[in-house]
Design a binder for this molecule. Structure first.
Ligand code: 0PR
Length: 368
């Protein structure tokens, strides 16, 4: 630490200069996060000192967390759903598997089945929880092969996982088929909708992925991705309101005597921010945002194909992938690459139509 403090002006000049090194969102085509909505920023600032880890001190903020969970319960067709606000998809996925394991403490060598496309947070979860991870292969359309997944189930399987909106190719796994399999085997079924949970419900033709499917036990959804909240904002939603109590541990000196969350001290600010965006935009507003992102995704795919860069997949959500070599992308565009070396672009709300056109012009000129 510095021995003597710096002046506020000096400090913030330094911060401003350093922040300048961060990339400009105008060129960020690789991220699943976006510029937070203005109401999110306002709400975040209002709740800066709140700590959901000690709810008795912040009953108002705690009520907002409950309301956020209620909003997702309604959106996912289970008005009585339970859940809590996490730090994001990683925590939600860890906690879902922790819950699945706790519910089957009779199993000595537990395993979980995830699609080969699952986000790397499942690897972390399985490491921490000492679970064997079994990866089900995908079909040629980059979706989890439900039949092959079923073949991997044995008496030690404690959870099945499907992804609604995959990180790399923006696909929705056959959640309805997987839910049926989960019912047949009486399995805990977790849907990772960290990205798709705030896209799919607002599509013109929504794909079934939520609690309307009887087998779905829990859903991860991240307001800090398509929910345009501030970071960190995730939610783990449970069909059964009480099920998370399975994870309760004693917290003797807090205002509540037990907790099931992974984090202890938990920020109320991004929770208020997430709720702010949802209540400000409503379903109609979110539909407009998602329609814009989907339109931009389609335009990008069409534009790239005109230049001679074919799509790698036809996505269900706003993630576009292409068969393209890295050397064909001019600076300073920041794109990403899948494990299979496909170009990947996420058409987030900050990736406006004019940015797509600028990118297409640039890549067209660069490769002319
Ligand atoms: N599940 C899915 C389907 C995800 O796509 C992600 C993150 C997670 C879980 C984990 O969520 P958290 O990162 O919130 O814990 N997907 C993005 C990815 O790994 C996250 C991201 C966001 C990466 C912005 C880069 C970035 O600039 O690509």
């Amino acid at each position: 630490m510095l021995n003597k403090g710096r002046s506020e002006e000096e400090l913030f000049t330094f911060f401003a200069e350093t922040k300048n090194e961060d990339l400009d969102h105008d060129y960020i085509f690789s991220s699943m996060c976006t510029i937070p909505h203005s109401v999110a920023v306002r709400a975040h600032c209002m709740f800066m000192e709140t700590n959901l880890g000690d709810p008795g001190l912040f009953p108002g903020t705690t009520a907002l967390e409950k309301l956020l969970i209620k909003r997702f319960g309604d959106l996912f067709h289970c008005p009585d759903a339970g859940g809590y606000a996490t730090s994001g998809g990683t925590e939600s996925n860890i906690q879902a598997l922790r819950l699945a394991k706790a519910l089957r403490h009779d199993v000595a060598k537990p395993n979980v089945i995830v699609p080969a496309s699952a986000h790397f947070s499942f690897k972390k979860a399985c490491d921490i929880l000492c679970l064997e991870i079994r990866k089900a292969p995908l079909t040629t359309d980059h979706r989890m092969d439900a039949d092959r997944a079923a073949e991997l189930i044995d008496k030690n399987t404690v959870a099945l996982v499907g992804v609604a909106g995959t990180t790399e190719y923006g696909m929705v796994d056959p959640i309805a088929d997987l839910a049926k399999i989960a019912c047949q085997h009486d399995l805990f079924f977790h849907v990772d909708a960290a990205f798709g949970g705030m896209v799919i419900p607002f599509l013109n033709r929504p794909i079934p992925f939520d609690f309307t499917l009887r087998g779905v036990t829990t859903i991860a959804v991240d307001p800090h991705k398509m929910g345009m909240s501030t970071i960190p904002a995730g939610c783990l939603i449970t069909r059964d309101k009480e099920i998370l109590n399975t994870l309760n541990i004693d917290t003797p000196y807090l205002t509540v005597k037990q907790e099931y969350t992974l984090g202890g001290t938990r920020p109320g600010a991004p929770v208020a921010a997430a709720l702010a965006v949802m209540d400000y935009l409503g379903v109609e507003g979110m539909k407009a945002v998602v329609a814009g992102c989907m339109k931009n995704t389609e335009r990008l795919i069409a534009g790239m194909e005109t230049i001679g860069i074919p799509r790698a997949a036809t996505p269900d959500v706003n993630v576009a992938t292409f068969v393209c070599e890295e050397r064909r992308i001019p600076a300073p565009w920041k794109v990403s690459w899948t494990c299979r070396k496909h170009l990947r672009i996420v058409c987030m709300p900050h990736v406006h139509a004019d940015r797509i056109e600028a990118f297409l012009r640039d890549i067209g000129d660069f490769n002319a």
